[in-house]
Design a protein. Structure first.
Length: 158
């Protein structure tokens, strides 16, 4: 009887740990505080979204800007980019998976403010890395209203 109880307790603990891993969601804004524009740069530049709104499961690292998949599954990502008026530079950000460009959000706002957004669902393996990269010769704007954000969450494991 005691052996059965120990096995059951171990199974319950394993299920709890498994359930914790399946809870993955994050949302972060580009700037930790204040307002400003990053770019343009003469090369593609990884972005680090420093103001963490939510980070359930701690799969997003605000020091590197990397999301690292903790479990195999389908994940949905969305990103919104702020574009302040600039005749000579567009705002363009690419979603990157393991070094491969997946999709881009692009806006060329010559005056005033504009924005662009993109979302996609990816099948990720444990350890796959997803991040955002500022496109060469482009800019991105953020302020205290959190106009530029990067979010993702696990839809289901596989």
């Amino acid at each position: 009887m005691k052996a059965r109880t120990n096995v059951t307790e171990n199974q319950v603990e394993a299920l709890k740990r498994d359930g914790e891993v399946k809870q993955v969601a994050f949302s972060a804004s580009l700037l930790a505080s204040g307002s400003g524009t990053l770019g343009p740069f003469n090369t593609h530049t990884p972005l680090t979204f420093r103001y963490v709104i939510t980070n359930i499961g701690n799969a997003y690292n605000p020091n590197t800007g990397f999301f690292i998949a903790p479990v195999r599954g389908a994940y949905h990502f969305e990103f919104y980019i702020g574009a302040d008026g600039a005749n000579s530079h567009a705002s363009a950000v690419v979603l990157v998976k393991n070094g491969e460009h997946i999709c881009i959000a692009y806006e060329h706002q010559t005056s005033g403010y504009g924005s662009s957004a993109k979302g996609t669902t990816l099948l990720l393996e444990v350890g796959d890395v997803v991040f955002l990269r500022l496109w060469v010769d482009s800019r991105i704007y953020d302020n205290d209203n959190h106009r530029s954000t990067f979010s993702g969450h696990l839809l289901f494991t596989m």
